[in-house]
Design a protein around this ligand. Sequence first.
Ligand code: NAD
Length: 364
Amino acid sequence: MSSQPKAPQQALPTPIGVGILGAGPVTQAIHLPSLARLGEILTVRHIMDVDPAVAESVAARVGAAHSTSIDALLGDPAVEIVAICSPHQFHAEQVIAACRAGKKAVLCEKPFAMNAEEAAQISAVSQETGVPIIVGAMHTFDPGWLAAQENWDDLPETAHTIRSSIVLPPNARFEDFATEVITRPASGTPDYTDPEVIKGALRGGVMGLAIHDLPLIRRFTPDFKDIEVLEARHVRPFGYVISLRTPTRTIELRAAMNNTWKPEWSFEAFSDDAALRIDFTPSYVQAGSAVAAFTRGSQTTVHGPFDHNGYEGEWRELAALAAGTKQPPSAQTLIDDLTFALDIADATVANVESRHAVAEGAHA
Ligand SMILES: NC(=O)c1ccc[n+]([C@@H]2O[C@H](COP(=O)([O-])OP(=O)(O)OC[C@H]3O[C@@H](n4cnc5c(N)ncnc54)[C@H](O)[C@@H]3O)[C@@H](O)[C@H]2O)c1
């Protein structure tokens, strides 16, 4: 009996190893569910958190190693990509350490730095080490946004009005839907009569929430370095209404986090004869991509929904960067996105301060 020679077995490509610094809600409720769907290309190898119980329990969910020290994670040869999901004040030093450890790519949750100097330092280290960095501004990786980009003609140059509007339940509600998040800190009711509380809430709103759409807005604002805040108000319990202008653009940022039953997250840009509206799925919800509608005259073209959202998009991008099949975003883009957000946060706080000073003067 003759037997056919066996065809040589084709080895499956090994998924790229991921290490995660910080295993709080964003890791548990957003990144691990996204990575679970990408098991053929990415696999979680190591989870680090300064809280040992969190590190151990979250790592056990995905069969990864765990530790409480950044050196242990960066020294683990199974870790090829590092995701930085710790609180924002640690981002810059951890991004730099991950680049210096010679990893293949780094994802840093937003914001990747807290000031322009840190951002410049990060970009210099990334250039020196050749390690690509992306920031977790997930909407910029959403297939709905990317499809709109292919089809919006000259709208970024001709738009005069841009709006970002967010109506969401508090994060905790989504986090609890998504997973059983452990170690949630208790929070009290802020004193809304204290101007420092209002300034802190508005700065947090810009750097924590609006920042998701500021790279999109910047794309439509060529004169983004010349920004002026016309009005900035805090919305209770958490939200903001901020009106801005540049010499050529009017920009509105609105957010309300309350007990709404219907989340909405939209980005809009208008010129004299065209309009773009993108409806994003809310953060935490793994419900496919944004849907973009581009209208010129009476003709509207709709793009999406596509099967994955921006979170999965950013992980796919990282895998491609680590494999060397894609070019990273320019360091200048990351720096410009961050300084745009910082400029708006500073101008927003200054607007509150000047209104407060006027009110104090009236009472004097
Ligand atoms: N892209 C998004 O949609 C989105 C949503 C929520 C939060 N975020 C961002 O993700 C980051 C984390 O958010 P979160 O809600 O999980 O925050 P969190 O602060 O609740 O949790 C962070 C975790 O990091 C751990 N930690 C603290 N110090 C650390 C350190 N030095 N090194 C490593 N771990 C440390 C904490 O023990 C905690 O478990 C923040 O930068 C936030 O802005 C992004």
